[in-house]
Design a protein around this ligand. Structure first.
Ligand SMILES: Nc1ncnc2c1ncn2[C@@H]1O[C@H](COP(=O)(O)OP(=O)(O)O)[C@@H](O)[C@H]1O
Ligand SMILES: [Mg+2]
Length: 382
């Protein structure tokens, strides 16, 4: 049986990598007890005729091609790679023709049709040094994930710069005007300008505090100082603060279902979660803001008790198609101020506690946010 041409392209046989490799090669991988499909990187192998004899699962994922289609095809058709200048890579490198001492192609960033970027390196296996190429072994790595994080960092910086600029422009504008024309303004005008400056300075401070939280969340450095938390009382304090600041008391409804399991959490962080959710309900929602505190099944498997907090309002709610985006940074649905960071931080804090958060539609029509925290009692009490 001649190697590499044995399996019909597209057949089931061909898809199963072991059947498509010669016995010697198979022993190597099989000796380790692994299949090419177990490799984390894409692996494509071509035989001495340049026909593909192995196209593993990761290669399918990276190229978005099916192994069944690629097997048996010439390498340049199965992997139509181009460099960033649009030149066909296989023609350029000519593995079967080029210098007979060449054994590899170093890792390069190349493009697949449709602009898909891949990190490619290749090795030419020769029967003997300077002999003809017996196998071309190509590994493929997806650069998409790395690109995405790079892009999201770049976007974050651009957005942050933009968010900081508008309040600072206003601070600079008002202070410059006041300094230049102090005597020409009435006390009321001066007060109004200083109030705007004050509010804008608050906004910058808040934005920076939120960004620091985000960097802690993103880098997994969010520290939790767990204590026993009475979450019903915490919600009560937030409501009192709103009422003291002028919201009508009947705008809020707090329902605590007893008995609740003990809750061990970081009280400051939980306050931050509550403050964000209640503020959103007041600012983006309408009508009565209802907060339900109930015992719940723990979001962690194997633990049976947890606490759920549901914050719902009677406003316009979150459109169905945006629900999966509310927890992403800088997503803002309405124009009512805000940085769009609040819910991202809320989710980060809840998840750092081992909890979960979901968004849905409230019975009253508005938005409904529910988070569930596990008891998380410290080990010394267990
Ligand atoms: N209770 C709510 N009702 C309607 N929309 C909401 C509610 N809570 C949040 N949203 C929407 O989700 C967006 C993101 O919220 P958030 O991350 O807290 O940012 P911010 O409040 O700073 O805009 C808000 O801009 C708003 O459009
Ligand atoms: Mg908010």
């Amino acid at each position: 049986m001649s190697v590499g041409t044995s399996s019909a392209p597209g057949s089931r046989e061909a898809r199963r990598a072991p059947a498509s490799r010669p016995p010697g090669e198979r022993a190597d991988l099989a000796g380790l007890g692994i299949d090419p499909d177990d490799l984390p990187d894409g692996l494509v192998v071509a035989d001495e005729h340049g026909r593909v004899i192995c196209f593993n699962a990761a290669a399918e994922r990276v190229t978005a091609r099916r192994a069944a289609d690629a097997l048996g095809e010439p390498l340049e058709r199965a992997l139509p790679l181009e460099d960033l200048e649009g030149r066909r890579w296989w023609q350029l490198t000519d593995p079967y023709g080029g210098l007979a001492i060449r054994v590899r192609q170093p890792e390069r960033n190349l493009l697949l049709p449709g602009g898909r970027e891949v990190l490619v390196s290749a090795r030419y296996v020769r029967v003997r040094p300077t002999g003809p190429v017996h196998r071309v072994v190509v590994t493929l790595r997806d650069t998409e994930a790395r690109r995405r994080t790079e892009r999201s960092h770049a976007e974050l910086i651009a957005t942050v710069a933009h968010e900081l600029r508008s309040p600072l422009t206003s601070v600079k504008g008002f202070t410059a005007t006041l300094l230049a024309k102090w005597a020409r303004f009435t006390d009321d005008q001066k007060r109004l300008m200083l109030e705007t400056v004050d509010a804008d300075a608050d906004r910058v401070t808040r934005l920076i505090a939120e960004l620091l939280d985000i960097s802690r969340i993103d880098s997994g450095r969010l520290e939790l100082r767990r204590q026993r938390v009475d979450i019903g009382a915490a919600v009560g304090r937030h409501i009192q603060a709103y009422v003291a600041a002028g919201q009508p008391a009947d705008r809020f409804l707090l329902r605590v279902q007893q008995p609740l399991p003990d809750l061990w959490a970081d009280p400051d962080k939980i306050d931050q979660v509550l403050s964000n959710l209640i503020e959103n309900a007041v600012r983006h929602g309408e009508g009565t803001v209802t907060i339900d505190v109930t015992p719940a099944a723990s979001p962690r498997e194997g633990e049976d008790a947890g606490t759920s907090v549901t914050v719902s309002d009677e406003g316009p709610g979150i459109p169905e198609e945006s629900m999966n985006r509310v927890f992403t940074r800088f997503w803002r649905g309405s124009k009512r101020g805000g940085t769009g960071l609040g819910l991202y931080i809320v989710k980060g804090i809840v998840e750092a506690h081992g909890g979960t958060i979901t968004v849905g539609r409230a019975p009253g029509g508005g938005a409904e946010f529910r988070f569930t925290l596990p008891v998380a009692a410290p080990a010394f009490l267990a």
